[in-house]
Write a protein that binds this ligand. Structure first.
Ligand code: ZN
Ligand code: ZN
Length: 258
């Protein structure tokens, strides 16, 4: 409902950056989803990352130890993901944009963020996926929100990379309390047993790329990966728009407000 109202308002109001409210109507053609300054201030996750969870690492030398390297967090628990990447730190205008997209129906922001992330980093994307699966929302949240933000991002990736996306192969079977405020192991426990693969024969042998908006501890994606591998998935990777990581230089922020 609110997204219909939003679409109507988008038509009648002058174009403004939804994040900082800068006037965009002077730009030629269709206004961009957000202004250039906000775009510049979205901090990209560059440099070496943990190959399993996408967490930025202080030094690439850690990876020289071998392909089996895992960060401290990943070594603590059993990980089913074969790789993960987040494009931005969940901070500043990126955090504002994701909140507007996710909770207030600013679709163009979601598409714009995905385009920016994919345009910037797609060349570096190391994974050879055969199928994109958005991390599913439970039906209550889907009804309340009206859309699954992970689908919007998955579709952008699918269009650019030409990898098919499927919507119904992994579903949530039950609601769980929000993960906000829970720590790594509690998140894993909270989410365990919440997903089901509907057609295991379509998962068998696939290299699955999960899409999601924000990765925090990776517990949700890890549980999806566990179930997908039980159904015969060959590999499971995750790409997320943003990660709630602390950067090695202290940029970024803590695990808040999801
Ligand atoms: Zn702006
Ligand atoms: Zn890790």
């Amino acid at each position: 409902m609110f997204s219909l109202a939003r679409q109507f308002l988008n038509l009648v109001l002058p174009a403004k950056c939804p994040i900082c409210h800068l006037d965009l109507s002077t730009e030629k053609g269709e206004p961009p989803p957000f202004c250039g300054l906000c775009s510049q201030n979205m901090i990209k996750i560059l440099g070496p990352c943990c190959p399993t969870c996408g967490r930025p690492l202080p030094s690439g030398e850690l990876l020289d130890a071998g392909p089996g390297f895992r960060c401290g967090d990943c070594r603590l628990g059993h990980t089913h993901l074969d790789g993960a990447r987040a494009f931005f730190y969940f901070a500043g205008p990126t955090r504002d944009a994701i909140h507007l997209f996710k909770y207030h129906g600013f679709w163009r922001l979601g598409r714009g963020l995905a385009a920016l992330a994919i345009g910037n980093q797609i060349k570096e994307w190391p994974y050879d996926a055969s199928l994109i699966l958005p991390v599913p929302l439970d039906s209550f949240r889907l009804r309340k929100r009206g859309f699954n933000q992970a689908v919007v991002l998955g579709r952008s990736f699918s269009e650019v990379k030409g990898i098919p996306m499927a919507l119904d192969l992994i579903v949530r079977t039950k609601r769980v309390p929000p993960q906000v405020g829970l720590r790594g192991k509690e998140r894993l426990k909270n989410i365990r047993g919440c997903f089901k693969v509907t057609h295991p024969e379509k998962i068998e042998g696939q290299k699955v790329l999960l899409s999601d908006d924000v990765v925090t501890t990776g517990a949700t994606a890890n549980e999806c990966a566990r179930i997908l591998k039980k159904s015969g998935a060959d590999r499971v990777y995750l790409f997320a728009l943003a990660g709630t990581f602390q950067s090695p230089a202290g940029i970024g922020l803590g695990k808040d407000s999801l």
